[in-house]
Structure formats: C-alpha cells, structure tokens
Design a binder for this molecule. Structure first.
Ligand SMILES: O=C(O)CCC(=O)C(=O)O
Ligand SMILES: [Fe+2]
Length: 157
C-alpha cells in the first residue's frame, strides 16, 4: 500500500519552564500519518488521552513509543484508533525527543488513494471514510492547526 515509503523526522526540544502549568510543549493532537515511532530522553512529558483523562507515558530507557496515526485509523475503518496526545513541560529539566512519522511520500504525484481496506469492509461494517490522498489529508491537517478537532471528521461518510 506504500503507506510507509515516506519518512518525516521531527526533533523537539522542550526547555524547562518555571511555571509549567501556564504552558504546553505540544498541544492536543493525533498524528497525521500511519505510524509514528518516538524516541525520547529520560524526561517524561508525553501524555495520552485515555477515557477522557490525560495519562503520563513513562519514559523507559531504550524503549520506543509507537503511536497510531489518523491515516491508519482511516484505512483500518476504525479497527485501530489514533492516539490523542500532548506534551507537558517540566519545571526543572529540559526534554528532547525525536519523532519519526511514516506515511507515503508527499511528492508522490501518482496520488495513491487511501480508504478503508476491502478486507475490513462488509455489510454490517460499511466504510466509515471516503478515500483520500495523503497530500489532501496532510494539507488539511496543516491548514487547520491544532484546534483539538479531528481531521478525520472531514472524511467521514
Ligand atoms: O515530543 C513528544 O514526545 C511527542 C511529539 C509529538 O507528538 C509530535 O511530534 O507529533
Ligand atoms: Fe504527535
């Protein structure tokens, strides 16, 4: 499916903040890719939204965090649900993380179409999303900004 041909790398530096309750490192969002692999240092800060509560993701030395992104939710027809997450800052320690986003290449001019995969769609479980291209999806994601609403809603049928 060429889902993971493209790799985007993002490196984050979150400086320590004397009043962490007044700010956020990264505000709430789900990633706009298929899968994200995250490496971070010993300083925790990543939180995942679980049953309407923010839960700390512990920082385990040598471990990688794997995040399901919106596009995997779309092609799996909600079999996999993307993780809403955010990053809080620390009052005395800075934090570094490296996020690797896997998705098809944005420069792919063939405009590969992605929609719920056939094997997961049947009469009692019809497609929940229309097809889209990664380019269309990411363009909408980037233009919308992190406003706490899911881009997936625009593709719901
Ligand atoms: O820094 C982190 O732990 C997460 C960063 C993140 O969510 C992102 O780059 O999309
Ligand atoms: Fe993210």
């Amino acid at each position: 499916m060429k889902c993971v041909e493209g790799l985007a790398l993002m490196m984050h530096y979150y400086p320590e903040c004397p009043q962490p309750e007044l700010t956020l490192g990264t505000s709430q969002h789900a990633d706009s890719d298929f899968l994200m692999v995250l490496l971070n240092d010993q300083v925790s800060g990543l939180q995942v939204l679980y049953q309407n509560q923010w839960v700390d993701v512990p920082s385990v030395p040598g471990a990688l965090v794997i995040n399901i992104g919106d596009l995997l939710q779309l092609v799996s027809n909600d079999r996999f649900i993307s993780a809403e997450h955010r990053v809080v800052v620390n009052s005395c320690r800075s934090r570094v993380s490296v996020a690797c986003f896997f998705r098809s290449r944005l420069s792919n001019t063939s405009g590969e179409l992605y929609g719920p995969i056939e094997e997961l769609v049947f009469e009692e479980n019809p497609p929940k999303y229309r097809t889209t291209t990664v380019k269309e999806y990411v363009t909408l994601f980037n233009s919308k900004g992190l406003d706490r609403t899911s881009v997936l809603l625009h593709f719901r049928v």
